[in-house]
Design a protein around this ligand. Structure first.
Ligand code: TXE
Length: 493
């Protein structure tokens, strides 16, 4: 049974600026679409420059007042817990998961799980600061030295359309835990979960101007990125946006955390269980419809095993139910919007024109939305598969020696995630350690991080900085140390 979708079921677009919910003023003449049916759902209204100015002023005022920054960590943690309690009400998760599924095409079973994790994200941030994560005492030459971390100032949080809830909640909870006033700018294609979270945060209440939400596209993003009052930027999105942010931040030395794309390699070692590897490949091509920065980009397999692996993959992919994202029975949904759909199809065409042979076995949905069957491309030259596609398409390459496999695995300028399949775990670890990428999962493919405290690193063009439980909170802060000093030139040495 598919829930009905109309504009009533999506929250209206609204900003939260200086404690007021307001309507974005500018009509950009674009629409958010139902990814399943290609029907327009809502106009993409955007903040006006004057609305952005009000948000920046309010964020700066909040920072200058110091109220949130100087609220003791335990009390900030209490507020974060209250936000988590509020978001725990089932209505929030249902509204968020419904909106994310319709607008991004990710299936409801996945968006529901993501939405249900949101309270936990706020609780984990609360736990970190309550446990003294931002305040330590270190031994010094004249007694203890205080080492504490304080927010750089107002933070800008920019999120993409894919995984908007997981990415958005992580940024918001981390900035607030750090004591930073923050402005959230969600993607113009999937702003609803941020709006729903803003409603919960507003209900709990924070000092004036501490949390704000602005709706709109990259135009308002750039206006805020370039503003002197923004003192830290956490950006998740594409390479072009990431570069624009990095350039704008360079002159002012504004700390930036950039999590960009990936072209993630899955290496099948000679002793791999091919059923397991095929299952991993199917996950990599279908989880979040492969519109995910850690989705599969390249499969690297020993030449003697390629055909058996491909047969097993196609057998699995034949059983994938590609369908309406609100249908509980679907395993995979459509691409987010027509632009992304066209882009992915044009990448398949480009690789075909270079000799690639597309292989797919998943029956297409007969809905008029942006559906693409997960596709493996055989016969491509590695030189043609260096870039991210950001869709359910992966190329398959063969090796004869592990040195060749490693060269292929490290053969792109991106370095976000890798996957290694091999039954001898010690050998798989040894291989994985040499992959120049933020994280490597062995014998498994999952949307979740490798461990509670494991950072998510980004190498090369995949970004700058590390995200994670602790790392993302620390990112919004700078170190300060205060202590009693010896009164001599070399400090007593
Ligand atoms: O990105 P965009 P999208 C990457 C992935 C993919 C892309 C898709 O590589 O290609 O993101 O997401 C705002 N100044 N990842 O299309 O266009 C924009 O309005 C200020 C990687 O959304 O870069 C939106 O809010 N803001 C990933 C956000 O940036 C700007 C996970 C992202 O938009 C801007 C998800 C500018 N110059 C996607 N340009 C990961 N590594 O985790 C754009 N925006």
């Amino acid at each position: 049974m598919i829930a009905p979708v109309d504009t009533q079921t999506l929250p209206a677009l609204e900003n939260l600026i200086d404690e007021q919910f307001t309507t974005p003023e500018l009509d950009r003449h674009n629409h958010i679409f139902n990814a399943n049916t290609d029907e327009p759902l809502q106009a993409q209204f955007s903040c006006s420059p004057a609305q952005i100015e009000r948000a920046l002023t309010a964020a700066d005022n909040a920072y200058q007042s110091g109220e949130w920054e100087n609220t003791p960590a335990a009390e900030r943690a209490d507020v974060l817990e209250k936000i988590a309690d509020e978001l725990q009400q089932t209505d929030y998760a249902e509204r968020i998961s419904h909106a994310d599924a319709v607008t991004t095409g990710a299936i409801i079973r996945t968006t529901r799980k993501m939405a249900q994790l949101v309270p936990l994200v706020f609780r984990q941030a609360a736990h970190f600061i309550r446990a003294g994560g931002l305040e330590q005492r270190l031994p010094g030459p004249r007694g203890d030295v205080e080492y504490f971390r304080r927010p750089w100032g107002p933070a800008l949080l920019i999120s993409p359309w894919n995984g908007p809830t997981a990415i958005g909640s992580h940024k918001i909870a981390s900035a607030l835990a750090a004591g930073a006033p923050c402005i959230m700018k969600p993607s113009e294609w999937a702003p609803h979960s941020a709006i729903i979270m803003a409603q919960a945060i507003h209900k709990v209440g924070l000092p004036k101007g501490t949390f704000q939400l602005t709706c709109g596209n990259r135009t308002i993003g750039s206006q805020m990125v370039e503003d002197d009052r923004i003192k830290a930027i956490s950006f998740t999105g594409g390479l072009a946006g990431g570069r624009a942010v990095a350039r704008a931040c360079a002159d002012r030395f504004v700390p930036t955390q950039l999590e960009l794309g990936g072209n993630n390699q899955l290496v099948v070692l000679e002793d791999a269980d091919l059923d397991k590897a095929a299952e991993g490949i199917a996950y990599g091509l279908t989880n979040l419809n492969a519109q995910w920065c850690r989705a599969l980009g390249r499969v690297i397999v020993h030449e003697s095993m390629k055909q058996t692996l491909l047969d097993k993959c196609l057998e699995r992919l034949a059983g994938i139910r590609l369908g309406h994202s609100l249908d509980e029975a679907s395993d995979m949904g459509p691409m987010v919007h027509r632009g992304q759909y066209d882009l992915v199809l044009s990448e398949i065409e480009r690789l075909k024109s270079k000799g690639g042979i597309p292989l797919s076995s998943t029956p297409l949905s007969d809905l008029p939305g942006y559906f693409i069957a997960p596709t493996l491309l055989d016969g491509c030259s590695p030189a043609d598969t260096r870039e991210e596609i950001f869709g359910p398409v992966a190329s398959i390459h063969t090796y004869r020696t592990e040195a060749e496999a490693l060269a292929l695995a490290n053969g792109t300028a991106l370095g976000l995630a890798g996957y290694v399949y091999g039954e001898d775990e010690a050998r798989a670890f040894a291989f994985a350690r040499q992959m120049r990428t933020g994280g490597v999962k062995i014998n498994g493919y999952s949307l979740l991080s490798l461990g509670h405290n494991a950072p998510r690193g980004a190498w090369g063009l995949s970004g700058i900085g590390e995200e994670g439980h602790t790392q993302s909170i620390e990112f919004f802060t700078g170190a300060r140390v205060v202590g009693v000093s010896p009164q001599d030139a070399l400090g007593g040495y």
